[in-house]
Write a protein that binds this ligand. Structure first.
Ligand code: SF4
Length: 268
């Protein structure tokens, strides 16, 4: 297997992964989305809510507000179900409070955390609008959880792969420049001087086949490489994409180890 970093901009990472099977790359994708622990607000106690927004909608918004969950921030934290305390403690939960009086727009920055490391990733996520004299008083607890239990614990906003595109030209028929004009992504450039169609950025090809359909004599063919992939991962800012991948690989390794132990001796 070969891995090449194509780009890393902010919370987005694009890799080219070569010489692997679909089940392998799909296992990484699913584990990154479902089995990487992340912090999100889980318990919400709404003491006062004079706004027009229903309590349930407000609680849902709080749950989906990304909180800093990188490895340093969650170091030493436990998943609530696995914590010895049984009733919530600083190891398995982080308290938040929110007090606001209108008129104002309440933003994510108004959530005050009991742990300076664990706070909203972005300050400017609007939560609710309060009119003159309206009050909002909330207490909440954020917990570690997994995407397989609720979308608020999914650290990725994009986690997808596609097989590496392959564009070939049929040299037995006349060159058909129409196929280049049909590409919505500007990947194909007709060069009438050199009597060629140039492929500018093959990794940006979506394999939509518009070019193939536009070519009456089927001058162009669109395919893909079976075992080479372009893998894109983007997070909601709660964790860097590299950390999500690292954690996903650790989780996958643990599962594989469990399976090996079971296969060897029947133990779990
Ligand atoms: S398959 Fe679609 S994106 Fe790719 S080159 Fe053809 S028209 Fe462009």
């Amino acid at each position: 297997m070969e891995i090449e970093v194509k780009s890393q901009i902010g919370d987005e990472l694009v890799l080219v992964v070569r010489d692997v099977e679909v089940p392998f790359i799909n296992a990484i994708r699913r584990t990154a989305m479902m089995d990487v622990p992340k912090i999100a607000i889980d318990d919400v106690n709404i003491i006062r809510n004079d706004s027009a927004m229903f309590n349930e909608v407000l609680a849902h918004r709080l749950g989906l507000t990304p909180l800093v969950s990188d490895l340093e921030a969650i170091d030493g934290m436990e998943v609530a179900d696995e914590c010895d305390c049984g009733d919530g403690c600083s190891k398995c939960g982080v308290s938040f409070s929110l007090n606001a009086v209108g008129p104002k727009t309440v933003y994510s920055k108004d959530l005050i955390s009991s742990d300076s490391k664990i706070k909203p990733v972005y300050d400017t996520i609007p939560l609710v609008k309060l009119k003159e004299g309206e009050e909002l008083k909330i207490e909440a607890v954020a917990k570690l959880g997994f995407g397989k239990d609720h979308a608020k614990w999914i650290p990725t906003t994009v986690c997808a792969y596609k097989q590496y595109p392959e564009i070939t030209f049929n040299e037995d028929v006349e060159i058909d420049y129409d196929c280049a004009d049909a590409c919505p992504r500007g990947i194909l450039k007709a060069d009438k001087r050199s009597k060629k169609i140039k492929v500018l950025d093959i990794e940006n090809c979506s394999m939509c086949k518009s070019c193939y359909r536009a070519s009456e004599n089927k001058y162009i063919n669109i395919g893909y490489q079976d075992n080479n992939f372009i893998f894109k991962i983007e997070t909601d800012g709660s964790m860097p994409p590299k950390e999500v991948l690292l954690k996903a690989c650790e989780e996958l390794e643990l599962k594989a180890d469990k399976f090996i132990r079971f296969s060897e001796g029947g133990s779990k």
